[in-house]
Structure formats: C-alpha cells, structure tokens
Design a protein around this ligand. Structure first.
Ligand code: TUI
Length: 311
C-alpha cells in the first residue's frame, strides 16, 4: 500500500521521533506541510505528553502521530494516553513494543515500530503491526548496527507490511534510493533540524549546517546505549573515558541532561547534538514545506535521470 494512503498524508514522508525536539507545535507544522508529524515523547513525562497532544490538535486538522521512546520510564502510561487521545499513528523506538500492540490495534491505532534488524521486524509483524521503519545506523540519536543500505531490502524481503526507510536520507536521491531498496517512504530527522520551524537553539542549527560528512560519532556503545551525535568536546571526553573503562555512573556525568543542554541552551561544547551522517549535506535553513517539496521533486528528477542514462 502507498504510504500516503496508509497515513492520510500528501507526501510519503514521516518525521523522526526526535526526543526533546519534536513538540506538539513542531509536529503540527510538519503535518501542515504535508508529511506525518510526530510528537517525540522521548524526553517527556506523561503529563507533558498530554499537553503537547492538546497543542498539536489545536494547530492542525491533519493526521499526526506520537513517537514513544520505550526506554522512557513513563512508557506504560504514555501507551494508555495515545489510546485515550485517539492518536491515529504511533511509532516506537529504542525497544520492543510487543506488549502494547494488542491494545493499540484494538483502539484502531496504526502501529509503526522502528526496527534495527530483521528479527524484530518479523516478530512485530507477527504481533500485528501495520508497517515498520527500518532505521540504519546512519541516523542520529539511538542507533543499531545495520546500515540503511543493507537493512531496508532485507526487512522488505522478510515482511509483508510496508517498510519505511530511515537513516541517511536528506534529499531526493536518498528518497529514490529508499524506494529502490523496497521502501514505500522515508522517515526524516536530521534534514528537519535545519527547518525554520524546528524549535532547537540556533547554535544547534548552525552546528548542523557547519558539519561535514565525518563529523558524527557514536557514544555509549560499551554502555549499551549507542547514540550518534556531532563530534564536540563532550563526545571526545565521553569516548576517552569509555575507552579507559569508566563505569556507567561516570559516563552518565557527561550524558545526563546533555541533549537538553544542546536543544535548549545551545551549548555546543558539552551538549549532545544528536544528528545523522547526512548532516554534511544539509546546507541551509528552509521552511518545512520547501524541504518536502524539494525532496519529492528531487526524487522525480533522479528517476528521470536514471531512466535517461539507463543502468
Ligand atoms: O529511538 C531512536 N532514536 C533515538 S531515541 C533517543 S532518546 C535517547 N536519549 C538518550 C539515550 C538514549 C536515547 C534518541 N534517538 N531510534 C529508533 C531506534 N530504535 N533505533 C534503534 C532502535 C531499537 C533498538 C533495539 C529498536 C528496537 C530494539 O530492540 C531491542 C529488543 O528489545 O529487541
């Protein structure tokens, strides 16, 4: 099924969960611009999620969703809130949402988990999810091991529900590549950080624009919480301590609140500036609508070029 039909959107594009960044206002802006906006509940408490849902509903008549980050201590309560609030689409990240799927499906919610590997995709499809997001390690934030290039076709072969590609997609070429790999659409994060509507601190946006291809790294591999961020003082110190065998408590000194420091205070030295490997191809701040339109027309141009040139 085409992703637009499944989601009720104009474009086959969904926004990533982006904890602490994707507020109700931002999700509404994404939905109003033609993609599927999501409230990123990752850094929220349950009450905050209710409030952001209320704000989002007041700002858009278009469908929007909620992303539940399963490591959030309030995840159980949030799983009930999305049912109470009749949210049409729920995506999940950073864990296995299997225990919530029956109740969400019974409530008529479209359930679309992020999967980092085929095994979880198969298990969740058997549990009844509507689609899966195959997210490669090119992504910003919490990442798996597989690359988008290797993961998407293997998930597409393994399941009979629509697959959405994520990780490493920031223009029309990337979107067309995702289609070529068997996806029906793409989830976007990094390229939306550089939108006019994105509520992150301007220093964070400037750091994305300045980044080159190799300017991200992954912290927390040893602690079991791999998170891709832009290289900065915080990342360097973290990786040094990690290599030296620092324990979890010591490492948490660096990470505690570090995403909030980046997003709200614009602290680009000690904050976690979560970003994907495509940060190096994001060069200007634009309105969301322009980002989506250019991505769609870029994909069509890419297909025309491939048809002309042959393979
Ligand atoms: O969730 C994300 N990206 C995120 S969450 C986040 S908030 C955060 N902040 C600090 C530390 C950690 C997280 C920032 N970025 N992407 C989706 C994603 N899900 N990537 C990988 C996974 C994943 C990993 C393991 C999904 C399922 C999974 O399953 C393990 C299992 O239990 O089978």
């Amino acid at each position: 099924m085409r992703l637009n039909q499944l989601l009720g959107t104009e474009f086959p594009l969904i926004q990533g969960g982006m904890a602490n960044i994707a507020t109700g206002k931002f999700a509404a802006a994404v939905s109003n611009a033609g993609a599927l906006g999501l409230i990123g509940a990752g850094g929220m408490k349950a009450d905050q999620l209710r409030e952001e849902i209320r704000i989002c509903k007041s700002l858009t008549d278009k469908p929007f969703g909620v992303n539940i980050m399963l490591m959030n201590p309030d995840a159980d309560e949030m799983a009930r809130i999305v049912i109470d609030e009749q949210i049409p689409v729920v995506t999940t990240g950073a864990g296995n949402p299997g225990k919530y799927v029956p109740a969400w499906k019974a409530a008529g919610i479209k359930v679309i988990p992020v999967v980092p590997a085929v095994v979880l995709a198969k298990r969740l499809v058997a549990a009844g999810v509507d689609a899966v997001i195959a997210e490669g390690t090119e992504s910003g934030g919490h990442v798996g091991e597989m690359t988008t290039m290797a993961l998407v076709p293997q998930v597409a072969d393994a399941v009979d529900v629509p697959v959405i590609a994520a990780g490493g997609i920031a223009d029309g070429r990337g979107l067309m590549a995702a289609f070529a790999l068997g996806a029906v659409g793409a989830q976007l994060g990094t390229c939306l950080l550089a939108s006019e509507e994105c509520p992150i601190h301007e220093n964070y946006k400037a750091a994305i624009l300045k980044a080159a291809d190799s300017d991200t790294t992954v912290t927390g591999r040893i602690a079991g919480v791999p998170v891709r961020i832009l290289k900065n003082r915080m990342a360097r110190q973290y990786l040094k301590q990690e290599k030296a065998g620092a324990d979890k408590m010591e490492l948490e000194k660096y990470t505690l609140g570090s995403l909030r420091r980046a997003v709200f205070d614009g602290d680009v030295d000690t904050g976690s500036l979560m970003a994907g490997q495509v940060a190096g191809m994001v060069h200007e701040i634009r309105p969301l609508r322009a980002i989506f339109e250019d991505m769609m027309s870029g994909a069509k141009d890419c297909l025309a070029r491939l048809n002309e040139e042959g393979v």
